[in-house]
Design a protein around this ligand. Structure first.
Ligand code: DC
Length: 230
């Protein structure tokens, strides 16, 4: 029996997906699944093993015994790689670019998508990523595509880095972000793309609370429609 809707939130880096998804999961009593964290965990494993991201054969071998687990604690995800909590390590700046590169390898995507489908198939879940509405769960009940201008998104990322005590030039943060979006939207398999039936929300000039509330109202009205029709 289904436990509820499957809700997909896609969009480019730093568009506010994960914060919104976490807040919505809390409000709805749903499970949040951060799919980007899974690609980050793959990239971290390759880095730890000293494997070149372009060495597809070694990456495929690495997938044979990789163990990626997501635990939910108050709607926040903890990510475990081969039994070790790597939730902080996967947020390192270099891992962002490595995750984008490794996510273009078809074998990596098929493995991660298989795990994501297993985690989400019963419903009652909110997944955020790049291809949730187009590829992982094309029949998700509600799909959103969050956007914001590259400058606004780079500013968010720059502030995050500052808070961690990392001083990086704004122009470098912006360049990295644009490069990553290009990689993610130009790869052959399941690129970053708005699903035809996704609701696009530009978050450039609204607060996290406003965007969460807006998405929440849409989800509630879809749920009411579903109740009436069943
Ligand atoms: O959401 P994030 O920044 O943590 O994601 C890191 C990288 O993982 C992103 O640049 C592309 C990849 N990714 C993906 O290809 N598909 C997803 N569903 C989620 C992330």
């Amino acid at each position: 029996m289904k436990k509820g809707f499957i809700i997909a939130i896609d969009g480019p880096a730093a568009s506010g997906k994960s914060t919104t998804a976490q807040l919505l999961a809390e409000k709805l009593g749903y499970v949040y699944i951060d799919t980007g964290a899974m690609y980050r965990a793959c990239a971290l494993k390759a880095k730890k093993m000293g494997i070149d991201i372009n060495d597809e054969e070694s990456i495929r071998e690495l997938l044979d015994d990789i163990d990626i687990r997501i635990e939910n604690h108050n709607s926040k995800n903890r990510i475990f790689l081969d039994g070790e909590d790597v939730s902080e390590d996967i947020r390192a700046d270099d891992i962002s670019a490595l995750a984008s590169a490794i996510s273009a390898i078809p074998a990596v995507r098929y493995k991660m998508v298989e795990l994501q489908r297993k985690m989400g198939e019963k419903g009652g879940v909110i997944l955020d990523g790049r291809d949730i509405g187009t590829f992982v769960f094309p029949t998700a009940e509600v799909k959103f595509f969050l956007t914001a201008s590259p400058e606004v998104r780079a500013k968010r990322r720059w502030l995050e880095l500052q808070q961690k005590g990392i001083n990086k030039d704004f122009s470098e943060v912006l360049a990295d972000l644009v490069k990553r979006d290009n990689n993610d939207s130009q790869r052959a398999l399941a690129p970053l793309k708005k699903a035809d039936d996704a609701i696009e929300v530009d978050t450039s000039n609204i607060t996290i609370e406003e965007q969460t509330d807006y998405l929440y109202q849409i989800i509630r009205s879809r749920m009411e429609e579903e109740c009436k029709s069943s």
